[in-house]
Design a protein around this ligand. Structure first.
Ligand code: ADP
Ligand code: MG
Length: 242
């Protein structure tokens, strides 16, 4: 049984066919990269996976053998799905630590003690070189690109999902931030976790080694393979891949 299996997925947005007959299987404990040019449907796929109601689709989505296609985003999160935000929103008046505490309580369905929460937060913040003052800032307000991405990875570490979909977590990061964020992701990787890294640049894949790479174009997975695909991509570009 695959950990996540997508069968015959079709997605239409505003009358336009964005994803066509897409099939995808992910195994537990593996790291995957989903690459493809802008507009190929990568973010649409991730939105459908986490249950964004804006996206109407047909097809099946099995997560640990259970069809989750009719579950709400919250129900999916409780099962262990996590999606980072490609364009994280600003939320006024909510500090990062409060936001994370609320998210964790909601996921667990119970109130975690303040001491317990701070232990978790402190442990993961240290991994990402995040200091205490950052945690009391309002979510995403005036954050630099790098800070937003660190906050996303911090959220992933705190929520501790089974499947993490990271949509362009590398975009807009300088090389130092990219290294720290990659390290945070690498720390998270183990045989109980499945990670899908969505990107259109190969840079992050110098730091995080995927087990398999999928290339998506025009709403379809056009090819899959190992690291050699990155070299091929480098030489031929997305246009040259068939
Ligand atoms: P990628 O993440 O690979 O760059 P997207 O999934 O963001 O691609 O977009 C694929 C196509 O779907 C694009 O043509 C985009 O304009 C369209 N699209 C995605 N989401 C929406 C939406 N909410 N409303 C209208 N068009 C959308
Ligand atoms: Mg995208």
């Amino acid at each position: 049984m695959a950990f996540l299996e997508i069968k015959d997925l079709n997605v239409n947005v505003e009358g336009k066919e964005i994803i066509k007959e897409l099939n995808l299987k992910l195994e537990k404990g593996k790291v995957y990269a989903l690459m493809g040019p802008n507009g190929s449907g990568k973010s649409t796929l991730s939105q459908v996976l986490v249950g964004n109601p804006k996206y109407k689709f047909s097809g099946e989505i099995f997560f640990e053998g259970e069809n989750i296609k009719d579950l709400t985003p919250n129900e999916r999160a409780k099962k262990g799905l996590f999606l980072s935000f490609q364009y994280p929103v600003e939320i006024s008046g909510v500090t990062i630590s409060n936001f994370l505490k609320t998210a964790l309580n909601s996921l667990k369905g119970k109130k975690i003690s303040p001491i317990e929460f701070w232990k978790i937060l402190d442990k993961h913040s240290k991994k990402l070189n995040i200091d205490k003052t950052f945690l009391s800032r309002f979510l995403n307000e005036g954050f630099s690109g790098g800070e937003k991405k660190k906050a996303e990875i911090l959220q992933m570490l705190v929520l501790n999902p089974k499947l993490a979909i990271l949509d362009e977590t590398d975009s807009g990061l300088d090389i130092d931030s990219l290294k720290i964020v990659s390290q945070g992701i690498n720390n998270f990787i183990d045989k109980e976790k499945t990670i899908l890294i969505i990107t259109h640049y190969r840079k992050i894949l110098d730091y995080i080694k995927p087990d398999k790479i999928f290339i998506m174009k025009n709403g379809k997975i056009i090819t899959e393979g190992g690291r050699e695909l990155i070299e091929e991509l480098e030489k031929k570009g997305y246009e040259g891949l068939k």
